[in-house]
Design a protein around this ligand. Structure first.
Ligand SMILES: O=C(O)CCC(=O)C(=O)O
Ligand SMILES: [Fe+2]
Length: 217
C-alpha cells in the first residue's frame, strides 16, 4: 500500500509522546502534573554535582522576593540560595537538562498552543532550616509566567522526614485542597504559575533543585 507523501511527512514531523500527553491531560485536569523519573538518577547526579560545584565556588546568591524593580531579601519568606542558568553557557549537565526541557516545550507548543517563547531557570539550594512561604509565582508582577517547573536533585535516599515537601494549594468548588509532594530525585512538578499558590515546607536536610518558568514572551 502506498502512503501519500504528505501523510508521510506529517508522521515524520510529529510523533505522539505518551509521557507528554499525560502531562498535558494532568495540567488540564488538575492544574499540575507530577512526573517521577523525568530525569534518571545518572542525569540527576550530573546536575547535582554541577550545582554543588557552583555553590562551593560561591556563585549562588540569596534569593530575593520580587522582580528587579522590587528587590527585597526577606528571610522570613524564603531562605534558599539561587543561581540563574544561562543556556548559552551550559556545561554538559545543563545541556542535557535543556535538551529535555526544550523537547517538552516544543511538544507543548505544537499541541497546546501555549505559545511558550521564553524560559528561565535557576538552581536552588535550601540549607537546613529554610523554607519558602506560601506564594504565587506571578506575585512578582510577571504575568508572562505560564508554567512553573521544579526538578529535584536530591540524593537517592531522600526521606519524608527530611521535610521540604512542596505543597500545592488547589481550590475546588471554593474548598482548598492542599497536596504535598516530596522532593525525590528525578521528580519534576509542573503547575500553572498563575493559578496555584504553593509553598516549600521547612527542610531538615539541604535540599537541591532546579526551578523555572515557561513564559509567553
Ligand atoms: O522548590 C520547590 O518545590 C518550589 C520552589 C518555588 O516555589 C519557587 O522557587 O518559586
Ligand atoms: Fe514558587
Amino acid at each position: 500500500m502506498e502512503i501519500a507523501t504528505e501523510e508521510l511527512y506529517e508522521q515524520l514531523e510529529f510523533r505522539e509522546n505518551p509521557l507528554y500527553e499525560q502531562i498535558i491531560s494532568d495540567l488540564l485536569e488538575k492544574q499540575y502534573a507530577v512526573i517521577d523519573s523525568f530525569f534518571d538518577l545518572v542525569e540527576v547526579e550530573a546536575l547535582r554535582n554541577s550545582l554543588l560545584q557552583k555553590y562551593e565556588e560561591d556563585n549562588f546568591k540569596k534569593a530575593a522576593i520580587g522582580n528587579r524593580t522590587n528587590e527585597l531579601v526577606l528571610k522570613s519568606v524564603r531562605g534558599d540560595f539561587i543561581l540563574w542558568l544561562n543556556e548559552a553557557e551550559a556545561g554538559p549537565a545543563e545541556r542535557l537538562f535543556f535538551n529535555k526541557i526544550n523537547a517538552l516545550v516544543d511538544y507543548l507548543n505544537k499541541t497546546c498552543f501555549l505559545g511558550i517563547l521564553t524560559k528561565e531557570f535557576h538552581y536552588a539550594l535550601y540549607p537546613e532550616g529554610t523554607f519558602y512561604k506560601r506564594h504565587l509565582d506571578t506575585f512578582q508582577n510577571d504575568g508572562r509566567r505560564k508554567l512553573s517547573l521544579v526538578c529535584y536533585l536530591n540524593q537517592e535516599d531522600w526521606k519524608p522526614e527530611n521535610g521540604g515537601e512542596l505543597v500545592l494549594y488547589k481550590e475546588k468548588n471554593g474548598v482548598e485542597i492542599p497536596e504535598s509532594f516530596f522532593p525525590f530525585p528525578g521528580r519534576v512538578v509542573i503547575f500553572e504559575s498563575q493559578l496555584l499558590e504553593h509553598e516549600v515546607k521547612p527542610v531538615r536536610q539541604e535540599r537541591l533543585s532546579i526551578t523555572g518558568w515557561l513564559k509567553t514572551r
